[in-house]
Each structure stands twice: as structure tokens, then as C-alpha cells.
Write a protein that binds this ligand. Structure first.
Ligand SMILES: C[S@@+](CC[C@H](N)C(=O)[O-])C[C@H]1O[C@@H](n2cnc3c(N)ncnc32)[C@H](O)[C@@H]1O
Length: 341
């Protein structure tokens, strides 16, 4: 069904391709979860040989690989022998640009089940996480460590797309302490600290997330420059710093919670502190864009939303932050800079 050449396909066929899009998500998720792409790192291999390596059913894996061809991940270079395409290469683990953890997290229950109830979210205007998972997403992750690790690593996958660009957009060397609030495994903070060797970092996130971040910072050789702080940014426990990073946090929350988060940071921040928010910005010209789909992701998962530039400005103003500049990055998120008033 997938990969019908759109130019020749009827509107009905084009629609079928979109309707069955979730098949593709699960094909990619299964390839990622089974570690299939890593087995093709050295070049083309027979499907049956790989099935033995990963202890999969030979016919089952062959069928998955053929589905992977339809999804653009593999080529069948000779009968039952497959090779990775450049897109499939991104499902290998530990390579630059790897999206393996993103593929696993997006096909995990925490994402998959709330999306299955989108119709209900549209009826109520509320997240379906509680109905689908039994609790809100953050509580669910605290009770499901394996999925929480997938999610944290998925965030690292996508944050690595923008992390090295951020220190090129602002000279962080003038800030002694840089705190990444809700910083997960510290990919963004690490990029800023690598670029500015005199700065010190503070990584703040929920306690169970912070526990998992230590090993990542040690692997980067940066643990000695980073203070790890576990806590909730909804409480008055945010550490003081001259600059704050806040990436993909505000879109997780409704306006009232965003106001609390921005005020908590304001309370902790010294005079003249700077805030660097990284978020998509919702276009207000009606042009097609990926942002509305992320907005629905926020609706079903967490009662959050994507916001226009005007909405960000008003929200910052209300919490005593003066929005100075919005700079697009190559990865689709924007660097939104603000100064403490
Ligand atoms: C969408 S992820 C963004 C992670 C990271 N900033 C990035 O972009 O890669 C949201 C982060 O907020 C954290 N978080 C959720 N609720 C929190 C709370 N009440 N206090 C602190 N962190 C929280 C999550 O654990 C998660 O790491």
C-alpha cells in the first residue's frame, strides 16, 4: 500500500496510503526494537542468517524485511538478501543521527495507546493518556522504567538534531551557570558545555530521569562540570543560574502550568538572567506545516499544545520575561530568547 507514486495515484489511493500509515510506524518500531538494522551494519545479508542472530522466526523476519522495503528502510539486493538504505541506516544504534530510540518510543504503549483515542481527545479537548494508560504520561513513565528510558533516549535522538546549532546562535560563554530545566539526558546542555569550556551546567529533571542522566554525562566526559538536580519545575525548587535552557517543555503543558514554570524559573533567576526556549512555533498563516501534527501529539499525550509567536510573547510577558528574539533552526524548532524583567 505504501509508497504509491503520488503523481499517478488516484485521490482514493493516496488516502489509503495515509490511512495505513500506522502500519509503517509499527514496521519501523519492530525493526528498531529487534535491533535488525545493526545486523546489516557490515553490508547485505541473507534474511535467514539474521533471523538466527536475533532469534526470530525466519519467515517472520523475511516478511518484516519485505515490509521494510515498502517503508524505504531496506533494499532486497538478491532473493532473500537485504541491505540498508540511507534511511534504514538511521535505525542503527549509536551512530550519529540515530533515530532508533525515537522509533521504539513512538511505537511503545505510552504514545501508541493515547493516539488510538484521538477521536475522544477531539470530543473532550483533553489528553487521552489517563483513559489509555491509567495515569498521566509523566506518572506512567515513573511507573514504567523501561518505557521511560526509551522516551528519554528518543528525546536525545531528536535533540541531537539541533544541539550543536544552539551554541552557534548565542554566545553562552558570558553565563557562568547554565541550567537545562527538564533537560532529560543532557544532550543540549552537553553541546553547550562542549562549546564553552569555562561554563558550568546544572541538569534539572524529575528524580527518576536524573538518575539515568549521570551515565550519559559521564560518557561525554562532562559529569565533573554538571550538577544533577532532581525535582519538579512546578515547585519552588529550581536552582539559580545565569542562563536557562527549556527545550520541548512548554509545549507539554497548558497555559496555567506554563505560567507556573516560567514564574518558578523567574523566582530562581538572578537579575539579568536569560532564558532560551526551544520550541516549534505554530504558523498563523494557514500554510501546511508539521506543527499542527505535533500539536495533536501534545493534545493526546499531555494536555499541551503548540503556540504562535504572539502566544509565546504574551505568555512570557505575563511571567515577567521579555521576549527578545525568535530564531528558526535547521531542525524545525526555534530558539526563543528572553531576558528576566
Ligand atoms: C519532552 S521532554 C524534553 C526533554 C529535553 N528538554 C529535550 O528536549 O530533549 C520533557 C521533559 O520534561 C520532564 N518533566 C516532566 N514533568 C516534569 C516536572 N514536573 N519537573 C521536571 N521535569 C519534568 C520529563 O521528564 C522530560 O525529560
Amino acid at each position: 500500500m505504501y509508497k504509491t507514486p503520488e503523481r499517478n495515484a488516484s485521490p482514493g489511493q493516496q488516502l489509503i496510503d495515509r490511512i495505513t500509515g500506522y502500519w509503517i510506524t509499527q514496521v519501523i518500531g519492530a525493526v528498531a526494537r529487534l535491533g535488525v538494522a545493526d545486523r546489516f551494519a557490515g553490508g547485505p545479508r541473507p534474511s535467514d542468517e539474521v533471523a538466527r542472530d536475533i532469534e526470530a522466526h525466519p519467515e517472520g523476519l523475511y516478511r518484516l524485511l519485505r515490509g521494510g522495503v515498502s517503508a524505504g528502510l531496506f533494499q532486497e539486493v538478491s532473493p532473500r538478501t537485504f541491505a540498508l538504505t540511507p534511511v534504514g541506516e538511521c535505525l542503527r544504534s549509536g551512530v550519529p543521527g540515530s533515530m532508533r530510540d525515537m522509533a521504539i518510543a513512538q511505537s511503545d504503549p505510552a504514545h501508541w495507546l493515547p493516539w488510538g483515542q484521538l477521536t475522544q481527545a477531539v470530543r473532550t479537548g483533553r489528553s487521552t493518556a489517563r483513559a489509555a494508560l491509567g495515569s498521566d504520561a509523566w506518572e506512567y513513565f515513573s511507573q514504567h522504567p523501561e518505557e521511560a528510558t526509551h522516551f528519554a533516549r528518543a528525546m536525545s535522538n531528536i535533540t541531537s538534531l539541533v544541539a550543536d546549532e544552539v551554541p552557534r546562535l548565542h554566545d553562552f560563554s558570558r553565563h557562568a551557570r547554565i541550567a537545562d530545566i527538564g533537560g532529560s539526558q543532557g544532550v543540549l546542555l552537553s553541546a553547550v558545555l562542549r562549546a564553552h569550556p569555562a561554563c558550568r551546567g546544572i541538569l534539572f529533571d524529575l528524580p527518576h530521569v536524573i538518575q539515568g542522566a549521570r551515565a550519559c554525562l559521564e560518557a561525554e566526559g562532562l559529569a565533573h562540570r554538571v550538577e544533577l538536580v532532581g525535582g519538579s519545575f512546578l515547585e519552588p525548587v529550581i536552582p539559580a543560574a545565569e542562563a536557562y535552557l527549556l527545550k520541548h517543555i512548554l509545549h507539554d503543558w497548558d497555559d496555567a502550568s506554563c505560567s507556573t514554570i516560567l514564574r518558578r524559573i523567574h523566582q530562581a533567576a538572578p537579575e539579568g538572567a536569560r532564558l532560551f526556549v526551544l520550541e516549534m512555533v505554530m504558523p498563523d498563516d494557514g500554510e501546511p506545516s508539521p506543527v499542527p501534527l505535533m500539536d495533536l501529539n501534545m493534545l493526546v499525550l499531555v494536555d499541551g499544545c503548540e503556540r504562535t509567536a504572539r502566544e509565546f510573547r504574551a505568555m512570557f510577558e505575563d511571567a515577567s520575561w521579555e521576549l527578545e528574539r525568535i530564531t528558526p533552526t535547521q531542525s524545525g524548532v526555534n530558539l526563543i530568547e528572553a531576558r528576566r524583567r
